[in-house]
Design a protein. Structure first.
Length: 286
């Protein structure tokens, strides 16, 4: 049966946008929503390891790696679903294009889903970090310049043990804890805690706790060693999780790229007919 040439309202290729933002945004929002749910689940079962949290200070390397693998699985699932949705929802252009061009268009839409979803995730992380900073501020007001949030999060328990004693000071200990935390953070440097800083800590601990100078020195030395070890473990966990997060982001881009092509293939398989543009407004229906 010969081909039938008919008039149609299909726009020429030059008048058609290469990118359809509707499917891209829908896929990105879906990917971000799924990732949020999966990360919340990880926090519930104990896989959301924070390298600066005191409760995770004694976590094993195996747990860090398991958390990193979970990040990769979340990226594959969320970005893959978002890319697939973008590929299915994208309208196939009625143009003289081969299968390679159609697949490339779907791939590009999947990559855009990955980019937008990644930006949404980064925005959520910034909002969470801002909320954490406000929660870490003293209850009497905003945190002053002397407050050391990093030291409080990483070596808070070491500061507690260093300043622990039966003698209670009546003044606010916020500035003292911040100053002690900043001194203990220098234990991870190449030269370690300076001699004058160590002597200052010994005098401070003796004045606040009532301990004799030899006992105060032993407590200060133990706190310095403990803080150095804890900071080193925090750095190791940060390196592992940062590497796994970067790998998860790259694998997520690959997942979105191929998932969008798979979605486009399912979309084309479900199409009732294929139309090819011959000229301005004329098509051949097969």
């Amino acid at each position: 049966m010969p081909d039938i040439i008919e008039r149609t309202t299909v726009a020429p290729l030059s008048h058609v946008a290469y990118v359809q933002w509707g499917p891209v945004i829908a896929g990105a929002v879906t990917a971000a929503a799924l990732a949020t749910v999966l990360h919340a689940f990880a926090g519930a079962v104990g896989l959301a390891v924070s390298s600066t949290a005191p409760t995770w200070r004694d976590a094993s390397i195996a747990l860090w790696i398991l958390s990193g693998v979970y990040l990769v699985l979340v990226a594959l699932a969320s970005y893959g679903l978002g890319g697939y949705i973008a590929g299915v929802l994208r309208e196939r252009f009625a143009a003289i294009t081969g299968p390679e061009d159609i697949e490339l268009r779907d791939n590009v839409h999947g990559l855009l889903v990955w980019a937008i979803a990644t930006l949404l995730t980064a925005l959520l992380l910034l909002m969470a970090a801002s909320a954490t900073t406000h929660l870490a501020a003293p209850s009497g007001g905003t945190a002053g310049p002397s407050t050391s949030v990093a030291s409080e999060n990483t070596i808070a328990f070491d500061i507690d043990r260093l300043l622990r004693g039966d003698r209670r000071a009546e003044t606010d200990a916020t500035q003292t804890r911040a100053e002690v935390g900043r001194i203990l953070l220098t234990s991870s440097s190449h030269s370690g805690v300076a001699t004058e800083d160590r002597s200052y800590l010994v005098r401070l601990v003796g004045a606040r706790t009532g301990l004799a100078p030899p006992e105060a020195e032993r407590r200060v030395d133990a706190a310095i060693v403990s803080a150095k070890n804890n900071i080193a473990r925090a750095r190791k966990s940060t390196v592992i999780l940062a590497f796994m997060a970067g790998a998860a982001a790259l694998l997520g881009a690959v997942a979105a790229w191929f998932a969008a092509a798979a979605g486009g293939q399912h979309r084309d398989d479900a199409a009732p007919a294929r139309r090819i543009v011959l000229g301005r407004g004329f098509v051949v229906r097969r």
